[in-house]
Design a protein around this ligand. Structure first.
Ligand code: NAD
Length: 244
């Protein structure tokens, strides 16, 4: 028996990195997995590998959300789990970042998460159950000097998670955030200074970066009934960085 048997799950940004690892793990645990992204070839490859469905879907697009959730409910009968994983990273300090770049980060990382929760909330409320997992970052727990917009967006994800959890809790819908540290994906290599990764990795109490699968394990816990009494909370997977 799998921990997500017959649960209908949507993972945004699931074409690669953490989203792809979550898609693979959820499918292995019995879920009916829908993957969405803007990287179509990679997304289709993930879906083919796990026997899931892939759809092109830009998380900034409200009508795309409506169409996708309608299609999932028409095809699979319901939506049980949403992992708001899609995200982008941009560098730049407060006095360097252009408003257009700030807006771009907020559109993907915040508006996308808001639209996703808003799109699934009606059917989850009606069903009286559901799990939403929002991928924030350790940048949503502490200052993120040098990545002002990214840090701001990840704090917003944390805040939206708490508010949504309180608003949806009475209807059996749980909402939690995950705060990864250094995870070995393409995004990590966009972080300034990562080329000199020894210095960054030395700061991590566990002394290494994580595999995407290690975040997926936490997402599985939060998506499944194993976390049935947890909502509105931050779950950290950072090798101990936040303990410093
Ligand atoms: N890698 C890390 O060290 C790290 C640390 C903390 C948090 N995170 C967060 O984890 C999540 C996953 O990132 P990752 O590490 O797998 O990086 P990644 O860059 O490999 O994956 C991000 C995915 O999001 C997709 N995406 C970007 N914009 C999109 C849009 N507008 N619509 C739909 N999909 C879009 C990308 O195409 C990509 O497939 C992100 O929210 C990221 O901010 C990553």
């Amino acid at each position: 028996m799998g921990r997500l048997d017959d649960r209908v799950c949507l993972i945004t940004g699931g074409a690669r990195g953490q989203g792809a690892a979550e898609a693979e793990l959820f499918a292995a645990e019995g879920a009916i997995v829908w993957v969405s992204d803007v990287l179509d070839a990679d997304g289709q490859a993930v879906a083919a590998k796990i026997g899931g469905q892939y759809r092109h879907h830009d998380v900034r697009d409200e009508s795309s959300w409506a169409g996708l959730i309608d299609e999932i409910i028409d095809t699979s009968g319901r939506i049980d789990v949403l992992v708001n994983n899609a995200g982008i990273f941009r560098t730049g300090r407060l006095f360097e970042i252009e408003p257009s770049d700030f807006q771009e980060v907020m559109d993907v990382n915040c508006l996308g998460v808001f639209l996703g929760m808003r799109a699934v909330a009606p059917s989850m409320r009606e069903a009286g159950r559901g799990a939403i997992v929002n991928i924030s970052s350790v940048a949503g727990l502490n200052a993120s000097a040098g990545a002002f917009a990214y840090g701001t967006s990840k704090w917003a994800v944390r805040g939206m998670t708490k508010t949504a959890a309180v608003e949806l809790g009475r209807r059996g819908v749980r909402v939690n955030s995950i705060h990864p540290g250094l995870i070995e994906t393409e995004m990590l290599h966009q972080v300034p200074g990562y080329a000199d990764s020894d210095r960054m990795v030395k700061r991590v109490p566990l002394g290494r970066v994580a595999e995407a699968r290690e975040v997926a394990n936490l997402a599985l816990y939060l998506a499944s009934d194993d976390s049935s009494y947890s909502t509105g909370m931050e779950f950290v997977v950072d090798g101990g960085v936040s303990a410093l």
